[in-house]
Design a protein around this ligand. Structure first.
Ligand code: GLU
Length: 490
């Protein structure tokens, strides 16, 4: 059994996997999850994880996206062992293989223009036939044209190694996650390999690179599954061995539609900006389509690697559950000490709070249990420091009149005034104010105090607020309240 697994998971060159993002957008959560599964698989089997930037589409590729992808993979801690390789820097390699295929008549120049193809397509739509280009130049051996196409081999029976006879117009491959996958080649048609000799297209460049980079396992999103038979056909034409495939389930929004920007943030950058921690995202993404046999949810990357089993990846779509993401993030936030959280919070873009570092440290300490994201600390801080404009009547507790309320606030002020700076904190203010609250009534004393400090009927406890605001600001706000009450009495 062990030998079998070893053979299954280790090619001749050991496990070599890759993440091959196209720099046509910011690092997408789907790509990041694919990177993570490849990374985990490489670590699990002592293999190599390779970063390859697929930037052959010059119109859509942008260096700013490449930068974002690289920075965010690093931020997630998914460091690669080799690369980044760039397809744009490897054009001579593709050219060599394109020439080989042309020479061996396994590929050909197609002379048809976009307009001609469009016309053919419209005809096929009208006749309800398969939408493939049937090229009359297939065997003409032209020396130039509009595109280089792959010549899908004509049907003839083939015998595979284990003596099973497959019809040649079928491509069957074993997917680690989906078992046997079967495609007919007929509806594929002679697909394009390159725009010209120095502009390869995706399916072709991928095959050459996977071969040249000795990739043992292609672990990628299910959205690529229809490309796999095309890639296998190219491998066969070039006598390359076929890597092991594993197609990961799609990530779905809660309504089971494919994850889209409309529903959820899709780039890692956005999650970073909202204050999700990298360890949260790694943990969360590992659970998008996989879970350990004991169903444990909070796991560090080394733990995940330890119990990871690629065969446990599910076939069905993985629902993106924001509540679970928030729960996990809150668990990780709690593990950080206050200073470390302060540093992280201050790195967040557009984070605005009217509080200094020592106030923030107190706020973090009090609010840590409630924060689902680092960004939440903005609202939490606000709940401690903001003073709303309020009506004087709000200071009155139930039937207590303005005069008594004013008297209670005056006493409160006197008590706070004489507390020494070193005791002017949550427990100190509580210790000295509670006897007054107990003698005059808790509502009578603590309610006007809360309103005086915040102008709100809901807020964190007044002793925590006093601690955060400090003596000067607390007394200033209480004085304002006393003044408001004086106006009410007159
Ligand atoms: N460049 C492709 C993408 O960004 C990935 C190709 C592959 O994994 O084969 O989706």
């Amino acid at each position: 059994m062990f030998k079998f697994l070893k053979r299954l998971f280790k090619g001749e060159n050991g496990v070599r996997v890759r993440i091959a993002p196209s720099p046509t957008g910011y690092l997408h959560i789907g790509t990041a999850r694919t990177a993570l599964f490849n990374y985990i698989f490489a670590k699990k089997y002592g293999g190599k994880f390779i970063l390859r930037i697929e930037d052959t589409d010059l119109e859509r590729s942008d260096k700013k996206y490449e930068k974002d992808i690289i920075e965010n993979l690093k931020w997630l801690g998914l460091d690669w062992d080799e690369g980044p390789y760039r397809q744009s820097e490897r054009l001579n390699i593709y050219e060599k293989y394109l020439n080989k295929l042309l020479k061996e008549k396994k590929a050909y120049w197609c002379p048809h223009t976009k307009e001609e193809l469009e016309e053919e397509r419209n005809g096929q739509i009208a006749n309800k036939t398969v939408l493939i280009h049937k090229c009359d130049a297939r065997d003409k051996d032209l020396s130039r044209g509009e595109l280089i196409r792959f010549k899908i081999p004509k049907a003839k029976p083939v015998i595979s190694g284990n003596e099973t006879i497959y019809p040649a117009d079928s491509i069957i491959f074993n997917d680690i996650i989906r078992s046997q996958v079967h495609f007919f080649t007929d509806p594929i048609g002679d697909f394009a390999l390159a725009k010209n000799i120095s502009t390869p297209l995706y399916n072709f460049a991928v095959v050459i690179d996977d071969y040249e980079m000795k990739i043992s396992h292609v672990i990628r999103g299910e959205d690529h599954i229809a490309n796999t038979p095309k890639q296998i056909l190219i491998q066969r034409a070039l006598n390359f061995s076929t890597p092991q495939y594993a197609h990961l389930p799609l990530i779905l929004d809660p309504d089971r539609s494919k994850m889209s920007k409309r529903h959820s943030a899709t780039s890692i950058e956005e999650y970073q900006k909202q204050g999700y921690l990298p360890e949260t995202l790694v943990n969360f993404m590992a659970l998008l389509g996989w879970h350990p046999s004991d169903n444990k949810e909070k796991m560090s990357l080394p733990e995940i690697i330890q119990c990871f089993d690629i065969k446990r990846i599910q076939k069905g779509g993985a629902i993106f559950d924001v509540q679970k993401l928030d729960w996990l993030n809150s668990q990780y936030i709690k593990k950080y000490d206050n200073e470390a959280l302060l540093k992280l919070i201050k790195q967040l873009p557009d984070f605005e709070i009217a509080a200094n570092d020592s106030q923030l440290l107190k706020i973090i300490n009090y609010g840590k249990e409630r924060a689902a994201t680092l960004k939440n600390f903005q609202a939490i801080a606000d709940s401690y420091t903001r003073l709303n404009d309020y009506k004087s009547e709000m200071l009155l507790w139930k039937n207590t009149g303005a005069k008594n309320t004013k008297e209670n606030l005056r006493k409160t002020k006197e008590i706070l005034f004489v507390i020494l700076e070193r005791e002017f904190n949550k427990s100190g203010s509580e210790k000295y104010l509670m006897p007054l609250a107990d003698s005059q009534g808790r509502g009578e004393v603590l309610w006007p105090l809360r309103v005086a400090l915040t102008g709100r009927d809901k807020s964190p406890g007044p002793f925590e607020i006093i601690d955060v605001l400090g003596k000067e600001e607390s007394l200033k706000r209480i004085n304002m309240a006393i003044e408001k009450l004086s106006n009410l009495i007159i």
